[in-house]
Design a protein around this ligand. Structure first.
Ligand SMILES: CC(C)(COP(=O)(O)OP(=O)(O)OC[C@H]1O[C@@H](n2cnc3c(N)ncnc32)[C@H](O)[C@@H]1OP(=O)(O)O)[C@@H](O)C(=O)NCCC(=O)NCCS
Length: 409
């Protein structure tokens, strides 16, 4: 029987959720858990695959906005809940679902799609590239303090009821601080901070207060006391967001001076985390792994390239883009410090769409993409001109701080 791929209908979302859970090796939700997830599922753009009456696959887009270099925010399909039952794997169902999401987001005129991958081998074929990495870290408090550069100002613990609105307000003010940050859909906020409401794991949100007593940064963390006295307390840092560097460091000063916590862990920190240079002993901050964080896909190359800024100075360059899935993206763009425009000039560089998508936020290297063959010389471009164009592209696209998202969807 042919597999039908279509929008999930009212009343089908729970079945689709069960299918996705099975594919991701987890049990389907009980009634209580489903009641908490239901709104998120029903408000997503959900596509499912059907073998007769059986749901055999699912994929969805959430609508977010991604900050791009220079501070503009671009509409983005945030891909989530992707899974195909093992009984139906490797028969093109996943590809059909991804194609449906790409077509749907293109029709909505969203210039970007973004995702977090369970495996790094799946999504390049659909034009996604790794636009940013993140690090899992461990920090020894005693060895790390004191923290340099922290703003003065008081800290305050939020009550459960205050968390959504105060965090939302602070987080929105932080969105322009790094490329790759995204707006957070309401159901995501509810789920992310659920542990605070349920009083689990001593989950707390503390805010830093500016001179006028208004919150200008927050940290979300959980702590636990170990069985044995020698091991002391442990903490997990979920979010550190602040409107400025000195407030960010004030949040770290707060965390690292909680006496009973000997070791902090975080699963997702920027690889250029500001606090590394601020602690007394930088070896107190250990990166335990680095992984791909955000996979990005440019759905509209023209809109995306024009929306970001480029560093000025030096030569511009012309890049020809090849995109086997979205025809309008095939073309040439002239890029220099003043911006990007479509052109008929000959290309210095040819970039596959997955490479350009990876390079777009400025955290990855044109030189590396060229070394592995995803960026190549344009026709009739000699070696010297090719190398100069790669160097120019790296200069134009580079950003500091590096791209980071920090929101897992
Ligand atoms: C990943 C997944 C959705 C792919 O679905 P699928 O229906 O098997 O994919 P398709 O049949 O359309 O495969 C398309 C291509 O991707 C390849 N592919 C699919 N899954 C892959 C994987 N996990 N690793 C490497 N290659 C994979 C296929 O071999 C095929 O290659 P080809 O184009 O060269 O023939 C499915 O295997 C799955 O549900 N996995 C477990 C849950 C999961 O990881 N979800 C993703 C969360 S981010």
């Amino acid at each position: 029987m042919e597999i039908e791929i279509r929008l999930t209908r009212t009343g089908e979302h729970r079945t689709a959720c069960d299918t996705m859970c099975r594919a991701l090796l987890t049990s389907p939700p009980d009634d209580d858990r489903w009641a908490k997830s239901r709104t998120a599922w029903e408000s997503s753009i959900s596509y499912s695959a059907w073998d007769g009456d059986d749901c055999v696959g699912h994929a969805a887009n959430l609508h977010v906005e991604t900050t791009v270099p220079g501070g503009a925010a671009l509409a983005t399909g945030a891909v989530t809940w992707v899974g195909v039952l093992t009984t139906h794997a490797r028969r093109g169902v996943g590809t059909g679902l991804m194609r449906a999401l790409i077509d749907d987001a293109t029709e909505r005129q969203w210039p970007l799609m973004s995702l977090r991958a369970s495996e790094a081998t799946i999504y390049r074929r659909y034009g996604f590239g790794v636009a940013g990495d993140f690090a899992a870290v461990e920090i020894e408090s005693r060895r790390a303090r004191p923290v340099r550069g922290a703003a003065a100002g008081a800290m305050r613990l939020l009550s459960v009821d205050e968390v959504p609105a105060v965090v939302d307000e602070v987080y929105r003010r932080c969105l322009g601080r790094r490329p790759g940050l995204i707006t957070r859909p309401d159901p995501w906020v509810e789920r992310h901070f659920r542990a605070v409401g349920e009083s689990k794991d001593n989950a707390l949100v503390a805010v830093h207060l500016d001179g006028g007593g208004e919150p200008d940064g927050y940290v979300y963390y959980t702590t636990s006391w170990s069985e044995t006295l020698e091991q002391g307390g442990k903490g997990v840092i979920h979010d550190v967001f602040a409107v400025s560097d000195e407030v960010e460091l004030a949040l770290w000063r707060y965390l690292l001076t909680i006496d009973l916590v000997e070791t902090w862990k975080s699963l997702g920190r920027p690889i250029d985390d500001l606090v590394i240079e601020a602690v007394a002993d930088r070896r107190a901050y250990r990166i335990t792994s680095v992984m791909d964080e955000q996979w990005l896909r440019l759905l509209d190359v023209g809109v995306s390239l024009r929306a970001r800024t480029y560093s000025s100075g030096g030569d511009g360059m012309v890049v020809a883009v090849t995109d086997p899935l979205i025809d309008r993206n095939n073309g040439r763009w002239h890029i220099d410090g003043s911006g990007a425009r479509r052109t008929d000039e000959p290309a210095h560089l040819v970039a596959d769409i997955d490479a350009l998508s990876a390079l777009y936020l400025g955290g990855m290297s044109w030189r590396t993409e060229a070394a592995v063959g995803r960026v190549r010389p344009g026709p009739a471009v000699d070696n010297d001109r090719y190398r100069m164009a790669l160097a120019a592209a790296d200069r134009l696209f580079a950003v500091k701080p590096l791209p980071f998202c920090g929101t897992f969807f």
